[in-house]
Design a binder for this molecule. Structure first.
Ligand code: ZN
Length: 174
C-alpha cells in the first residue's frame, strides 16, 4: 500500500470524467487500498479515484466517527437510482479544496447501485451523512466540485485564495 498525493484545485484533472471499471484486477485492488490509506491519512470521510489522478469510477468512504468501529465502503461504478424529494444541508469540505466549507442542500435519501471491491453487485438505501458523502463523491467522478454550487464570483475568489496560499507556502525565511 502507498499514500498518494491528493490533487487540489485548480488542477484540471479534477474536471475529467471518470470511466466505468470493467474488471477488478490486481491494479484496481491496489488502487482501492491506496485510496483507503490516503483517505484515512488525510482524515477525510470520502475520496474518489480522480482525486489522486486516476479517472476510474471508484470511490471510498467511511463516515464513522473517531470512537466508532470503522465502516469502510468501496463503491465501484456507483449509480444513484432514486433521489428523495426531502433534502438535508451539510457544511461540506473537500480534500481537493483545502480550508473551504460550503453549505450544500442535497436530496436526503438515495437508492444506490454499485459494485463492491469483490465484484459483487449491491443495492442500498441510505440517508444522512452517508448519502451526502456519496453524492459528493459521485460528482467527483463526473468532474464536478462543490465550488460549482457557488456563483462564479465566489468560486473565483476561493480558487484565487488557494493559489495564493499554495505559492506562499513555498517561501521560507531562514
Ligand atoms: Zn471532494
Amino acid at each position: 500500500m502507498s499514500l498518494r498525493p491528493i490533487i487540489t484545485v485548480p488542477n484540471e484533472i479534477l474536471r475529467k470524467i471518470s470511466e466505468p471499471v470493467q474488471k477488478i484486477g490486481i491494479n484496481e485492488k491496489k488502487l482501492i487500498k491506496d485510496l483507503f490509506e490516503t483517505m484515512y491519512n488525510a482524515k477525510g470521510i470520502g475520496l474518489a479515484s480522480i482525486q489522486i489522478g486516476i479517472p476510474k469510477q471508484i470511490v471510498v468512504l467511511d463516515v464513522s466517527k473517531e470512537n466508532e468501529k470503522k465502516k469502510p465502503y468501496c463503491l465501484i461504478n456507483p449509480r444513484i437510482k432514486k433521489f428523495s424529494k426531502d433534502t438535508s444541508k451539510y457544511e461540506e469540505g473537500c480534500l481537493s479544496i483545502p480550508d473551504t466549507f460550503i453549505e450544500i442542500e442535497r436530496p436526503k435519501e438515495i437508492y444506490l447501485e454499485y459494485i463492491d471491491e469483490n465484484g459483487k453487485k449491491k443495492e442500498i438505501k441510505c440517508d444522512g451523512l452517508l448519502s451526502t458523502c456519496i453524492q459528493h463523491e459521485i460528482q467527483h467522478c463526473e468532474g464536478k466540485l462543490i465550488i460549482d454550487f457557488l456563483s462564479k464570483l465566489k468560486k473565483d475568489f476561493i480558487i484565487k485564495k488557494i493559489i495564493k496560499k499554495k505559492s506562499s507556502s513555498d517561501k521560507i525565511i531562514v
